[in-house]
Design a protein around this ligand. Sequence first.
Ligand code: AOF
Ligand code: ZN
Length: 356
Amino acid sequence: MNNLSDYDLLLLKRCFTLAENAFNYTLPNPKVGALITNAYGNVIAEAWHQKFGEPHAEVLAITQLPQNFDYHDCTLYVSLEPCCHSHKKTPPCTDLILQKKIPRVVIGTLDPNPHVQGKGIQKLQQAGIKVFLAHQQFEPIQKNINKHFYVNQIHHRPLITLKWAEYQNKIMGDTQHRLFISNPYTQYFTHALRANHQAILVGKNTVLIDKPQLNLRYAIGKNPTIILLDTHAEINPQQYFSNRHGITINKKIQDQKVHWHFLQVHDMHDWKNNLSTIYKQYQIGSILIEGGSTILRSILSTGLWDYAYVIVNPETISTKNPVYAPSINHHASLQVFETIHNHTVFQWKNLSIKSH
Ligand code: AOF
Ligand code: ZN
């Protein structure tokens, strides 16, 4: 099933590049790219899944060609196995491929969604279509651009990424006022990270002390949903985040306003249950946790996290009421992710989560 030429591989690579044009608009769906070639191998249509709930990449590629187009010499390339299941937002892509009689389909990776996972390929093959699946060389790219999707489909919870900045001497804040630890260059990094997540989670104290805007100022995409951990629902979201979408996880009220929901939970520390509710009820597939330190320590202690990015400022600092950064003492791998100006970004990956 995988006798692919170098040209096939090049075009699959192109599909992954196309997929990335979606920025964060497809979340929690995966980013997917597709293209169609004619008998001479020329690319005659290219597309990518653009927005959650809207047509898939294959459908958009096909829509670029005339209704009665003859596909008998064509090949469809797609970064992810075409979907074959119903009872979802859009009809199965396999049906359209069969209807258009596309004879050859080249696929980057299987879809980890248990409703698809090989069944899309099977359906096409049973109809006599020649299907070629790349031999796992695209798995790392797929897992990189759609990290959340694997975690969602396999563990039924959002991808959890932690991020904080600290000085060389581990100070990450002061209980009374905001410290500016990162530099303007690392801000770009932070905003790119925000753009790759559907939601940003912070605690009440971070809102009160830092007054963060939690938006995308230096990255392209849709502003993430704000999730506040606020046990007694004391923060008025309108005061800090007017017109933003958000959820307050709290123990006091259950309420739904136009932009803001209050989700009442039994136990603020029951991350497993609360995160799974956020995933199922609001379809939030990825959360960037930006602090503060109590929340970071709490989630770290559960082991329910996927990646952590720690920005280290090489200076040391003394401050009156220091808050110390957490440490990671799980089975995790560490690498220097990027050096920005004179700051270093370290990436931790939780190795006890099997789906990465
Ligand atoms: C494809 N091509 O471009 C994407 C696929 O609710 P829906 O209709 O948007 O379906 C979402 C599911 O479809 C998603 O969970 C994943 O399994 C698959 N995504 N499949 O053939 C695409 N985005
Ligand atoms: Zn589809």
